[in-house]
Design a binder for this molecule. Structure first.
Ligand code: ADP
Length: 251
């Protein structure tokens, strides 16, 4: 297996508080990797630092064999790093289709320049629409392309958020609590979408509180506690790890 992401000895401080304190994360190409830990253990901070939304005080991040910890967010996105955020983050006044097209323009700066040249622009727009429609089909939203995103159900908006992240075909997609607030049918649909995404050659890191979902979906899991990595293993082994059990149940 090839390592796609290698985070080593990462430290992030807010004032005197250490949100990450020497944490590590190793993600193999093609796997679905879970990132779990009690509330406040540093999971979202880890995603933020990998994407470039937060800066580390110390440590290194290698993505596809390149050191990225000093690169700005947009350079990391252009290299194939994509993410979703906690909660709902759709543009409610825009149509479902427009929301997904936003995801394409964020990744592909060339499409902006091509769109300025009339004939090339039309061809590019058609191609973008086709890609957006394919992403909406994965997310089960092909019947709602023209409606304002704000009129979708909570679960529908979450699927739209996923479609928008997926349309840019990131080689590594980071999902922050994608199952939060979803009903059991939607959780099953989410798992199918993530698996399909992997089947198309992408790698996924998923931060999630819904442990049953993580255990059933992920190939390997990294566990954070108090800003440190306390385990990195298969779901079976992680569930039996005494340090993990203690972190969740307390002393
Ligand atoms: P998790 O995702 O595991 O719940 P977070 O990464 O969100 O944990 O947060 C880790 C710790 O860092 C928490 O105690 C949180 O309150 C703190 N923290 C996160 N972001 C900030 C910030 N911008 N300023 C101050 N403290 C923060």
């Amino acid at each position: 297996m090839t390592l796609l992401l290698e985070v080593q000895d990462l430290s992030v401080t807010y004032g005197s508080f250490k949100a990450l304190n020497g944490a590590s994360l190793r993600v193999e190409k093609g796997e679905i990797h879970g990132l779990i830990g009690p509330n406040g253990s540093g999971k979202t901070t880890m995603l933020n630092v990998v994407c470039g939304f937060a800066r580390a005080r110390a440590g290194s991040i290698a993505f596809a064999d390149a050191r990225i910890e000093r690169l700005p967010v947009h350079r990391r996105a252009a290299m194939g790093l994509g993410r979703t955020f906690q909660g709902i983050a759709v543009f409610s006044e825009l149509s479902v289709m427009e929301n997904v097209l936003v995801g394409l323009h964020l990744r592909d700066s060339q499409s902006f320049f091509r769109s300025c040249i009339p004939f090339l622009g039309q061809a590019a727009e058609l191609e973008n629409q086709q890609r957006a429609l394919a992403a909406l089909k994965w997310a089960g939203l092909e019947g709602s392309t023209a409606v304002p995103a704000g009129t979708l159900s909570f679960g529908g908006q979450r699927m739209l958020d996923l479609a928008r992240a997926m349309v840019a075909t990131p080689s590594l997609l980071l999902l922050d609590e994608p199952a939060a607030g979803l009903n059991p049918n939607e959780v099953a649909q989410l798992a199918a979408i993530v698996r399909e995404f992997r089947a198309r050659g992408s790698t996924v890191v998923v931060v999630e509180h819904h442990l049953k979902f993580v255990m059933g979906l992920c190939d390997r899991i990294t566990v954070l506690n108090f800003g440190q990595t306390i385990a990195a293993d298969t779901p079976d082994k992680v569930q039996k790890n005494p340090a993990v059990i203690e972190a969740y149940l307390g002393p």
